[in-house]
Each structure stands twice: as C-alpha cells, then as structure tokens.
Design a protein around this ligand. Sequence first.
Ligand SMILES: [Cu+2]
Length: 199
Amino acid sequence: MQSEPLKEKCSAGLKLFCSQLQAIHIDQLERKWITISLLVIGLLVGIMTLDALVDGINPPSKVETIDSASLHLSKEFAEDNLGVHVENGKVIVRMVAGRYSFFPKQISVPAETPVTLRWVSMDVLHGVHIPMTNMSTMIVPGYVAEITTTFPKPGDYPVLCNEYCGLGHNHMWSNIAVIAKEVWATRTSTPAQGGNSHE
Ligand SMILES: [Cu+2]
C-alpha cells in the first residue's frame, strides 16, 4: 500500500526530530521558562477558543464584507438608512466613518439598553472609541464592524477616531446623546419620530 511507507517515513522523521531535540543542551532554568511560556500561550488560546465557541465572541468584523465604494447604493448603509432604528425590539445604530467625521454627526440612544452599533468606512482605515463603554474597534474598509454595548447612564458620549487616518484625524469625532430609558420609550412611541432620532 502507498500509505504505509509514508507513515513509516513520518514516524522516522518524528523520531529523528525528537532525538535531535533531546541532544540539544537546554539549561534547567531555561527549560522551566519555556514550559511556563508554552502553558501561558496554551491557556490564552484555550480561553479564546472557549469564548468563541461558548459565548460567540468574535472579532468585530465577523468577516462580513461590503463594497466601500458604493455604500450609498447599498440597502443597509444608504444615507436614509443611517442612524438609530428599532428592529424587532433591538436598538440598531448604523454609522459611516469617512475622512474626517462619523455620519450621522449626532444621534441619541437609550441608556441601560443593549445597543448594536454597525460601522463601515467609506474611504480608509478608521478606528472608533467611545469612552466608558466597551466600544472600541477598527473600521476596516470593505468590512462591517459590529459591537453591542450598553451605555450605563444618560449624558453626552464622545465618539473618537483612534486610528490615524490623515491630516484631519484629530478633528474626527462625533457625539452620541444617551437619554433615559423612559424618555426614549415615550419618544419612540410617537409616530412622528418612528424610532429614528438621527440628524
Ligand atoms: Cu482618524
């Protein structure tokens, strides 16, 4: 059979590798630190794997792609569709990052409620960071970055770009007005507002 010689070759190669490894002199202390380093790496990889499988924690892009050059033609990120929407009881925010601002410039969301923010870039690599929340991600052109966060209390939250994107980078910021849950509920129940509160 063809697979037998291959198996033998592999085990012979492995044996040779192990014997060569054993022949190398490694100091006792060095050996200890190599073992500790490998255990730490194993532990971290284990935690990441467990988080991904059990809690569904993924990188923000989730490898969801979009054509950055034609966002205005896309269904989801067309200008009329940006801002805050309530869909199936969930608060969804869609925003576009572009040199040098986040669009829409001003939105309002409820406090103490999970808010899913979906971001895309219309030009280059941007970052977005909202202090006092877990909202911090890169916005890579061609990908949709999604993070769900809860704003702990009402107030104005700055939205900052934390990836250098050009000469106007330090002016790239926006604002999210977080309003009390009860006030938000009365606003969204008003037909004129329709759940949207963007500019
Ligand atoms: Cu920037």
